[in-house]
Write a protein that binds this ligand. Structure first.
Ligand code: MN
Length: 374
C-alpha cells in the first residue's frame, strides 16, 4: 500500500454521564461532552478520533461545540483527499492550519492514526516504534469535596484494589483551609497510597512557598501546576525550594517549545503529557523526546476521554520510555458509560494497553445514538 486517501470526515456531539460530579478549582463536570470524529478512506476503512476538553472551555479556550464548527468548516476540507499512511505529515499540516486549536486537531489526528493502523492491521503503538510497557499504572483523581468524603472514596478504591495512588484536586477553598483538608486526607490514609495534588494554577508564588512545605509534611509527593501557566521562573524557584515534593507542569506545557523552555528554566521535575492539549500524538511524542533529552520524567495525563481516547493515550504513553511517572488514564472509570463495544480494561490499578488494529477500539453505534446531543 503506498497511499490511502481520506474520502470523508464527520463529527457527532455526545454527552456522557459521569459516575459522580468531578470538581476542579474553577468548574464542576456533571457530564462529559465528547466530539466523536469518524474518518472514512477510499477503500472503506473507518478511523475514529475523539475531541474532549475537561468539562468546558475553562482549561484552554476550546469546547466540543467550537471543535465541531472548526472541524466541519476548516479541518475536514484539509484532511479529505490526504493520505492516512502519512500521519506525521498530516499532523504538521493541521498545525499550520489551526495552531491555536490543539484539542480539535488532536481529535482529527487521532482518527488518522487509527485509520493508518487499521489499514496496516497493526496497533498504532507499532507505528510509533512499539511498546516499552503494556500495563500503565493509573492514579485516581479525588475531587475538591470535604476530607471525609474524599477519604471514604479513597479507602473504598484501595480496599477494592482498583487504585494504588491518588491525586487530589485543590484550589476551590482559601489556601489554609484547603491545606488543612488535604492534610486531614493524608493523615486518614496514613501512607496507604502515594498522594499528589493538582492546583490547576490556583496559587500565587507566596501562597505556594508558604503552603507546599506543609503539604510535603503531610506526605504529598507531587504538586501539579501550583502556579499559573506563565510563571516559569516561579515554578523554578519552587522546585529549588522543595526537596520531597516533585513539581509537575500541566497548564504550562502545550507544545514541544514549551517543554524546551521548562527544561531550560529548570522549572519542573515532571511534564504532564496530554494528547489533546498538544494537538495529537505526533506533537506529544516530540515533547517526550525533549523530556528524555533533558532528563525529565513524563506523566500520562487525561482530559477525561472515553475508551477510545484512553486507548489512544495508552498506546502512545506505552510507546514512550519517558513516561515513568505513571498515568491518570481513568476517564472510562469516571464516565458512567462508554461508546466502545468493549471498553478498555483495568487490573489491580493498571490499564492494559489495547492491542487490536488501530487503537483496538470498536465503536458501539447504539451507544453513540443513545448519547448523541439532540
Ligand atoms: Mn492538571
Amino acid at each position: 500500500m503506498t497511499a490511502l486517501r481520506v474520502t470523508a470526515l464527520e463529527t457527532r456531539l455526545l454527552d456522557i454521564p459521569l459516575v459522580r460530579p468531578h470538581r476542579f478549582s474553577v468548574a464542576t463536570m456533571h457530564t462529559q461532552g465528547v466530539l466523536l470524529i469518524r474518518l472514512v478512506t477510499e477503500d472503506g476503512i473507518v478511523g475514529w478520533g475523539e475531541g474532549v476538553v475537561p468539562g468546558g472551555p475553562w482549561w484552554g479556550g476550546e469546547s466540543v461545540e467550537g471543535m465541531a464548527a472548526l472541524i466541519e468548516h476548516h479541518l475536514a476540507p484539509l484532511v479529505v483527499g490526504q493520505d492516512v499512511l502519512r500521519p506525521e505529515a498530516l499532523a504538521r499540516r493541521l498545525e499550520k492550519l489551526a495552531a491555536g486549536a490543539p484539542f480539535a486537531r488532536a481529535g482529527v489526528e487521532m482518527a488518522v492514526w487509527d485509520a493508518a493502523g487499521r489499514a496496516q492491521d497493526v496497533p498504532v503503538s507499532q507505528l510509533l516504534g512499539g511498546l516499552h510497557c503494556d500495563r500503565l499504572p493509573v492514579t485516581w483523581a479525588l475531587g475538591t469535596e470535604p476530607a471525609e468524603i474524599v477519604v471514604e472514596e479513597a479507602r473504598r478504591l484501595l480496599a477494592e484494589g482498583r487504585h494504588r495512588s491518588f491525586k487530589l484536586k485543590m484550589g476551590t477553598l482559601p489556601a489554609a483551609e484547603d491545606v488543612a483538608r488535604v492534610c486531614a486526607v493524608g493523615a486518614a490514609l496514613d501512607d496507604a497510597a502515594p498522594l499528589a495534588v493538582d492546583l490547576n494554577g490556583a496559587w500565587d508564588e507566596y501562597t505556594a512557598r508558604r503552603w507546599l512545605p506543609a503539604l510535603a509534611d503531610a506526605g504529598i509527593h507531587l504538586a501539579e501546576q501550583p502556579l499559573p501557566a506563565a510563571n516559569l521562573a516561579g515554578l523554578a524557584r519552587l522546585c529549588r525550594q522543595l526537596n520531597s515534593v516533585a513539581v509537575m507542569a500541566d497548564e504550562s506545557l502545550w507544545t514541544p517549545a514549551d517543554a524546551l523552555r521548562l527544561a531550560t528554566a529548570h522549572a519542573v521535575d515532571i511534564l504532564a503529557l496530554k494528547i489533546g492539549k498538544s494537538g495529537g500524538l505526533s506533537a506529544t511524542r516530540r515533547i517526550a523526546a525533549v523530556a528524555e533529552a533533558a532528563g525529565l520524567n513524563c506523566y500520562g495525563g487525561t482530559t477525561i476521554e472515553t475508551s477510545l481516547g484512553t486507548a489512544a493515550s495508552a498506546q502512545l504513553f506505552g510507546a514512550l520510555p519517558a513516561v515513568r511517572a505513571g498515568t491518570e488514564l481513568f476517564g472510562p472509570l469516571l464516565l458512567a458509560d462508554d461508546i466502545a463495544a468493549e471498553p478498555v480494561t483495568y487490573e489491580a490499578g493498571k490499564l492494559l494497553v489495547t492491542s487490536g488494529p488501530g487503537f483496538g477500539i470498536t465503536i458501539d453505534e447504539e451507544k453513540v445514538a443513545k448519547y448523541a446531543r439532540r
